[in-house]
Design a protein around this ligand. Structure first.
Ligand SMILES: [Fe+2]
Ligand SMILES: [Fe+2]
Length: 122
């Protein structure tokens, strides 16, 4: 993971790294194996839910101003990957990889970075 994705909170940085690693697993599987794609989606859903809980607990501790909006973004992500799981036309590793990779990068750089920014903490 490039330095620009680091927030300086070890537990969270390690979890983000693990999410990047799970997404990268898509690069090593067979293009046509929906079974393998689905397996990665399940793992990713499990691990990102765990990561989101860590962040959301942290939001309460620090009194993060955009807590509710941020939780909503996490929920939407889970719903979107569930939708991928259920839609045969989206079970394409390239499409999935593009979506996941851009979502996680944008989410960290734009949204997660807010909770380490003074102006967003009460
Ligand atoms: Fe995050
Ligand atoms: Fe987040």
């Amino acid at each position: 993971m490039e330095d620009r994705y680091k927030l300086g909170i070890e537990e969270i940085d390690n979890q983000h790294q693990k999410i990047f690693d799970l997404i990268d697993e898509l690069c090593f599987i067979d293009d046509k194996s929906t079974k393998q794609i689905k397996k990665i989606i399940i793992e990713l859903k499990k691990y990102s839910s765990y990561h989101f809980k860590t962040e959301e607990k942290y939001f309460t501790d620090i009194d993060f101003i955009e807590k509710d909006k941020h939780i909503h973004l996490h929920d939407m992500f889970i719903k979107t990957i569930e939708y991928y799981y259920e839609s045969p036309e989206l079970l394409n590793k390239k499409k999935l990889y593009t979506f996941l990779n851009s979502w996680i990068k944008n989410h960290i750089l734009i949204e997660d970075k807010k909770y380490i920014t003074k102006e967003y903490i009460k």
